[in-house]
Each structure stands twice: as structure tokens, then as C-alpha cells.
Design a protein around this ligand. Structure first.
Ligand code: FPP
Length: 263
């Protein structure tokens, strides 16, 4: 069984027809109009595992391989920010065993990948209610943040214990405190004020949101930031998601006309 799993994980550069399709897509991409910020809801790990007759754990482990490939591709294509939904405020409702698996995979990912992430100029930036994460996860995140803090090429926002509503509630509370102590007046509050107190403060909103696995939900992800984001959807499950899918999404994004509510 382990050989089969290893083979499944090792789906690297596509060959044959898929390789030719990738070449065609690459020819279409306009390097001058790349999205600055891409957000991804990494969904479908459980279904992938089920389809292969494996326990859910293997779906999450295979999902880490997809994340590696996508970070590498974003870095090659000079994407400035990648935000991935790794663990939501609702994911605590999963069986404790699965929560532990996800936390362990995250810790393993950070320690294993940090050197390569730094070589690629990736700055690790966890976002969410981080203080409620287990101590070993906080320690691994602190290490990755510290080691990568001067990197400037790609910001990797890891959304962990992240909920869009919680994020907005926390921002509103902070602003209310400032109104209370007189440092902000009510008439000064506008869109920028809210953005400034979100976890993504200072970053441009996502240009492109990718949701694999066939569902059409936002799932409490970046509720404020996605107001004018282009949405790209695929039935491909996250563990099967590779650079060819990311590039398809970017090519389609580049064909869209963004009007931001104007004409
Ligand atoms: C959703 O799939 C995925 C998650 C809840 C976790 C995403 C985590 C990873 C890709 C791996 C670990 C992350 C890092 C950053 C190392 P699902 O389990 O809901 O799939 P299903 O809907 O098919 O059941």
C-alpha cells in the first residue's frame, strides 16, 4: 500500500498530453498581468483519500504535496501573496484524531520546508486566532516567522484557526476601543479603517480565489477581502491540484474584465 501512496504523491511535472496542455497554457500567460494576491480554499482531502480507499490522514498528507507545488509555482511566477486556508475556526469540530493529524502535518511542514521557503524568498505569515493553537504549533510558527521575516518575494499567509467573521468581530472590537478612548472618531471610520484592523492589514485584497473540489461556498474565508475577487472553481480535489490547474486559473483570470462595480 505504501508504494501506491508514494506513487500518488509523486505526481510531478505532467507528461504526454498533460505536458502539452501545460505548454499551451504557459504560452497564453501574460507575465505582465499576473494576479498579485491569490487565495486558495484547499478542499477535498477527505474525498481524495476515500476515492483511493485510504484513511483521511493520507488525503491531508497528499494535500501538503499540492501546497509545496503551488508555493513553488507562485514563487516562479512572481506572485506576491498566496493565502491558503489550512484550518478554520470550525475545523475544531472534527474528531480530535484528525485535528491532531492536521496540527502535526503543519508542524512537520514548517520544520521540513523552512530552508527551501527561505531560499525562494518566502515570508511565512500565519493569520487567524493563533493564540488558541497548540503550543508546539505556536512554537513552529514562531520559528518560521522569525526565520523568514526578511524575505520579500512571496508572502505565504497560512490561515490557521481562521474565521472571516471572527476576524471582522475582532477588528470591530479594536476600532470600538479606539473610539472609546478618543483616538478614532466615528466619522473617520471607512473601508480602509476596517481593512487596517484585519489580519491581512497592509496587503492588497486577493485578485483571484481558487476553490477546488466542486463546492461553491466561501466557507467563512476572507469575507471582507473577497468583495471584488475573481472566483475560479474546479472539481479537481486539492491533493490532485498542481501547477497546471493554477496556471489554468491565472489564464482565465487574465481573460476577465474587472470592473469593481463600475462600467
Ligand atoms: C479540507 O479538506 C482541508 C482541510 C481542512 C485542511 C487543509 C490542510 C492541508 C492541505 C494539509 C496541511 C496544511 C499545511 C499548511 C501543512 P477536507 O478534509 O474538508 O476534505 P473533504 O471535504 O473532501 O472531506
Amino acid at each position: 500500500m505504501y508504494n501506491r501512496i508514494a506513487r500518488l504523491w509523486r505526481q510531478k511535472e505532467p507528461k504526454g498530453q498533460r505536458g502539452a496542455d501545460l505548454e499551451k497554457l504557459l504560452a497564453k500567460i501574460d507575465r505582465n498581468r499576473m494576479p498579485r494576491h491569490i487565495a486558495i480554499i484547499m478542499d477535498g482531502n477527505g474525498r481524495w483519500a476515500k476515492n483511493h480507499g485510504l484513511p483521511r490522514f493520507f488525503g491531508h498528507k497528499a494535500g501538503v504535496e499540492s501546497l509545496r507545488d503551488i508555493v513553488k509555482t507562485c514563487s516562479e511566477f512572481n506572485i506576491k501573496i498566496l493565502t491558503v486556508y489550512a484550518f478554520s475556526t470550525e475545523n475544531w469540530k472534527r474528531p480530535q484524531e484528525e485535528v491532531n493529524v492536521l496540527m502535526d502535518l503543519l508542524v512537520e511542514y514548517l520544520y521540513k520546508e523552512i530552508d527551501e521557503l527561505c531560499q525562494k524568498g518566502v515570508k511565512v505569515n500565519p493569520i487567524g486566532k493563533l493564540e488558541d493553537l497548540p503550543p508546539d504549533v505556536i512554537e513552529a510558527l514562531d520559528m518560521a516567522v522569525e526565520r523568514s521575516r526578511l524575505n520579500k518575494d512571496l508572502v505565504l499567509n497560512l490561515a490557521l484557526n481562521y474565521g472571516g467573521r471572527t476576524e471582522i468581530v475582532e477588528a470591530v472590537r479594536t476600532i470600538a476601543l479606539k473610539v472609546n478612548n478618543g483616538s478614532v472618531s466615528i466619522d473617520q471610520i471607512d473601508d480602509n479603517t476596517i481593512s487596517q484592523y484585519l489580519y491581512t492589514s497592509g496587503q492588497p485584497d486577493p485578485d483571484l480565489l481558487i476553490r477546488p473540489s466542486g463546492d461553491f461556498r466561501i466557507s467563512n474565508f476572507l469575507l471582507w477581502q473577497l468583495a471584488y475577487t475573481e472566483f475560479w472553481h474546479t472539481t479537481v480535489l486539492w491533493p490532485d491540484f498542481r501547477r497546471i490547474h493554477l496556471i489554468s486559473a491565472i489564464v482565465e483570470y487574465q481573460s476577465r474584465e474587472r470592473r469593481f462595480g463600475g462600467l
